[in-house]
Each structure stands twice: as C-alpha cells, then as structure tokens.
Design a protein around this ligand. Structure first.
Ligand code: F6P
Length: 375
C-alpha cells in the first residue's frame, strides 16, 4: 500500500481525539514516511463535490502541542453515507471515488458505534480502515474505556459535587442530567464519584411512584437529595404518576408527547428527563414551590473539555497501535481498544455489540442506583 492516509473524526466530539491525531501523524511520518490529510467533517467532507475544500494537510510540525487541545481540530459530523436515501444518491461510491481522486489508500479515524459501522461498510467495499473508539458514553464493546470517558467522569463528578454542596446549603433536591444514550456508564460513574444519594440508569427502568417515595423519605431525613439522571432513563408512558403530572403540567405533557427527532443513524435526540422529574416531584411530594427542586444539565459541558492526562495517554497509545496495524502489519477492519493495561485490536463486528451497564442489582444498589421493585 502507498502511504497517503486520510484522517477522520466522526460522531460526537470529546476529549482525547486530538491526542490520537497527533500520535498518528508523528508516528506515521517518522516510522513509515506516510503522508496524512485530515478531512474536516468526516464522511460529510468526503462526500462533498470538492473534497479538497475539506482537506487539511497534517505533518509532525503541525501537530506540536495538539495532544492537549479539546474537541477535534477536524470538526465532526453525523453524516451517514449508508441511509437508503444516500445509497440511492450514490454517496458510498462518491466517497470511494473522491478518496481515489485524493490518492488516499486508507483511513484512520476516531468514532463511536455509528462511525465504526460506516467504517465497516467501507472496509467491506475494499477500503482499508482502522478506528479508535471515542465517546463520553463509553458504549462500544471490546475496550474498557473509550476516549473522552475518563475526562468526562472527572469533570462531571466535580460539577455534580458542586451542585450537591449547593443543594445541601439551600436544603433542596438537586437533579443532574447527564448524556449517555442507552448506556448508564456516565451517570453511574459521575454519581458514584460525586456521592449522589440516587442514580438512575437506562438499564433499570424506573417506577416513578417508588422513586418519588424514596426521594420523599431522603428529603425528610436529610432535607436535601442529590440525584444523577441518565438522559436515557426509561419511564413508562402509562405510569400513573406521569398521567397525573401530564394533567397538572403543560411542560410534562409536552415533553412526554413530543416525538424525539432522530439523527442520521436513527438515534433519538434525548434530553429533558430532569425537567419532567422536577415537576413530577413537586406534584408527588406536595412541595409548595418548584424552587425546592433544581436542575442542572451537564450535557455538552462534558464533550468540549480539555483532555485529562489519562485521555491524552490513551489517545497516543491508540494512535501508535492504529498506525502500526495499518502501515506496518497491513491489517485493517479493526478498532483498537484497551484491555487492562494492554492495547489490542478488536474486529469491528465485535466492537459494535452494544455495551451497557452489566452489573448485578445488588452491586448497583450498593453504588446508589435506584432499582424499582418490579424489575
Ligand atoms: O457523543 C454521544 C452523545 O454525547 C450522547 O450521549 C448524546 O445523546 C448525543 O451524543 C448528542 O449528540 P448530538 O446532539 O451532538 O448529536
């Protein structure tokens, strides 16, 4: 294989991606004399009429100090070349032919499950690809952690401790909402590390009546409660508590009935659980003022952080292994992952198995996760 490699960063941005890029470019330049072009906006840039407009040449000089920078210098997109509509429009072929025009022989990149799925599809069309896992959600299999997760936990825990201290001082119920889609890793670890009284995760659907009783008990006992809520926490639509809240609150009615938008990979755009629960608690606990329940949505504050040392090191190690796989061993179709202390390659098919919180009820309960009795 010749040595012109395209770099892409797809899906949600997060800390550690730039460390991966810097590492790939440095090692690829030095060990293999490879040339690198960064493509802005991942597959969306590659599908453009003028992909050269999305091209950024990267070499060792240009990546000095890049490891520490937040987000991704290549920008990102959730463009899916393989939707029925985009297949019909010929986007997969257009991308392949653009890559050929650019003289590119392979792709190295970072992504979550959606970008890895696209990489798998291009791999099966003959394009060599190697990916590194990134997402604050930590929901890809075959790696203990994904890039961004550890930085998000460190900052998220600090932020949640701050809201907890404030809730204690003001004798309030504090609800902190965090991302994670259908995986509760982020909520679980932020909750544990910040000493939350209660944590909800998507893997354990919530009986709202029971949750409200528990919050009431804790509020009575301590005069404050700190809850960490995963954005994907599941509440049954026909829960009597929700039906009551829908009658009394326009916002709950609106949020429960709103059909969530889907992204290009069919993932629902989540968010809003803390707003629903805030009203539900006011009603069910008979609180005089909604002020007694305060909400904080950590949302995107966890995505644009400067990487922690852990994520910089992980990005660098992922970069080294990815380059060696593609340019030295001439192997592709893999995600690199970390297992214990070791960096290993994982077939895409394995990486794409969903990774949700798989601990026992007993352990989760001990960690503060709310488990309804009717599980
Ligand atoms: O990066 C993953 C993630 O942060 C999810 O937790 C969240 O639901 C989603 O991205 C939102 O991303 P966007 O609004 O950028 O598509």
């Amino acid at each position: 294989m010749s040595k012109k490699i395209a770099l892409i960063t797809g899906g949600g941005d997060c800390p550690g991606i730039n460390a991966f890029l810097a590492s790939v470019v440095r090692r690829g330049n030095k060990e293999y004399g490879a040339e690198f072009i960064g493509i802005r906006k991942a597959f969306s840039g590659l599908a453009a009429d003028k992909p050269q407009d999305y091209m950024i040449r990267l070499d060792t000089d240009k990546v000095v100090g890049l490891e520490n920078r937040s987000s991704t210098i290549l920008e990102s997109s959730r463009f899916n070349p393989f939707t029925d509509e985009n297949i019909e429009k010929g986007y997969p072929e257009k991308i392949m032919s653009n890559l050929e025009k650019l003289g590119v022989d392979g792709i190295l990149g970072t992504g979550g499950n959606d970008t890895i799925l696209s990489a798998l599809r291009f791999e099966s069309r003959g394009l060599p690809t190697v990916m590194a896992p990134k997402s604050i959600d930590n929901d890809v299999s075959g790696t203990d952690v994904m890039l961004g997760f550890r930085t998000a936990i460190a900052f998220g825990a600090q932020a949640a401790r701050s809201t907890a201290d404030s809730a204690r001082a003001h004798r309030r119920i504090s609800l902190v909402e965090v991302m994670g889609r259908q995986a509760g890793w982020l909520a679980l670890e932020i909750g544990v590390a910040s000493g939350a009284e209660m944590i909800t995760i998507p893997e354990r659907p919530v009986n709202l009546g029971e949750l409200c009783s528990e919050v009431k008990r804790l509020y009575k006992e301590n005069e404050y409660v700190n809850l960490i809520l995963a954005e994907g926490t599941s509440i049954p639509y026909n829960d009597p508590v929700i039906l009551r809240a829908k009658e009394k609150s326009d916002l709950v009615r609106y949020l429960m009935e709103e059909t969530p938008e889907l992204d290009a990979f069919g993932n629902p755009k989540l968010g809003g659980i803390s707003q629903i629960l805030r009203r539900v608690l006011k009603i069910e606990l008979g609180l005089e003022k909604i002020e007694e329940v305060r909400t904080t949505d950590l949302g995107f504050t966890l995505r644009g952080l400067a990487p922690s040392a852990d994520d910089i090191i992980l990005g660098i190690r992922f970069g080294i292994r990815a380059v060696d796989l593609l340019l030295d061993e001439k192997r592709s179709g893999f995600m690199v992952g970390i297992h214990g202390l070791e960096i290993r390659e994982v077939p895409y098919e394995y990486a794409l198995k969903p990774k949700t919180v798989n601990r026992s009820d007993r352990e989760l309960q001990a960690l503060g996760v709310f488990i309804s009795s009717n599980q």
